[in-house]
Design a binder for this molecule. Structure first.
Ligand SMILES: C[S@@+](CC[C@H](N)C(=O)[O-])C[C@H]1O[C@@H](n2cnc3c(N)ncnc32)[C@H](O)[C@@H]1O
Length: 244
């Protein structure tokens, strides 16, 4: 196994190249304010339209080994996130089965257009599920009331157009405004957001543009330069806002 290496570090962001199973154990218990992540879970890249453009994602083989890796990383996420803080995990609630978290609520991301997938099926996927939960309160004698109430009680359908055409940098790239909505709903300015399956860094971009800090981990070196470039651009925008 290759040791993780630091690809980028600043006051606002840290980006690791490596396996999240090696990086997350180095993060202290309950030191993180929010987890927002998009594991390569059962989303094997099937689109005929895009088959030539992107190779299959690492860890996206939709088999038991890959699911065990995702589960191990999510266990680490639950360990490092603070008491009663929030986790958003793209994918079905089953991805969080067995984890020490509250009941999982599934949100729906409406992409506003047909996604890829099995092009021969009658119904094309226009949505993805996002599983929301709270880390279980671990101190005895406390009420277990959430530390970070969601900003407003909102509906469970989130409508954000997915990136298309030349704007797509990664086969599973998420629109940063969607991630910003999740981050702003479940954290405060200055909080630390972690994404262990970072891809091209969309969670980090959303965190920085909303005044938070980010730690990202990505195993595949193909995506690292793009993530670093995007994070630097987001930092430049955030710093302009501070100076103005
Ligand atoms: C679904 S994609 C995330 C895309 C991201 N949401 C974005 O907008 O760019 C999942 C990513 O996890 C990475 N990955 C898979 N296994 C990993 C592991 N064990 N540690 C860290 N990253 C991993 C893959 O290379 C892939 O880029």
């Amino acid at each position: 196994m290759t040791a993780p290496t630091l690809a980028y570090e600043s006051d606002l962001a840290t980006i690791w190249l490596g396996d999240a199973r090696d990086v997350l154990p180095t993060i202290p218990k309950e030191s993180v304010d929010l987890i927002v992540t998009d594991p390569p879970y059962s989303v094997e890249w099937q689109s005929r339209r895009r088959a030539e453009s992107f190779e299959q994602l690492l860890g996206d083989g939709d088999n038991d080994d890959d699911r065990a890796v995702i589960s191990a990383v999510l266990t680490q996420c639950v360990r490092i996130v603070g008491q009663n803080r929030h986790l958003y995990v793209f994918g079905p609630a089953e991805a969080l089965a067995g984890q020490k978290v509250s009941e999982v609520v599934e949100l729906v991301w409406d992409k506003g257009m047909l996604g890829s997938g099995d092009m021969t099926a009658a119904w094309g996927p226009q949505h993805e599920r996002v599983s929301f939960c709270t880390s279980k309160f671990r101190h005895a004698g406390e009420t277990g009331k959430a530390n970070v109430p969601t900003r407003l009680r909102k509906g469970s359908v989130l409508s954000f157009t997915r990136p298309t055409g030349r704007k797509v940098r990664h086969p599973s790239e998420k629109p940063w405004p969607l991630l910003a909505e999740l981050i702003e709903s479940s954290s405060r300015r200055g909080d630390l957001v972690v994404d262990p399956f970072a891809g091209v860094g969309s969670t980090g971009v959303a965190a920085i543009l909303t005044g938070r800090r980010a730690v990202l981990v990505e195993k595949d070196p193909r995506w690292l330069p793009i993530a670093v470039e995007r994070i630097k651009a987001a930092e430049a925008i955030a710093l302009q806002g501070v100076a103005a």
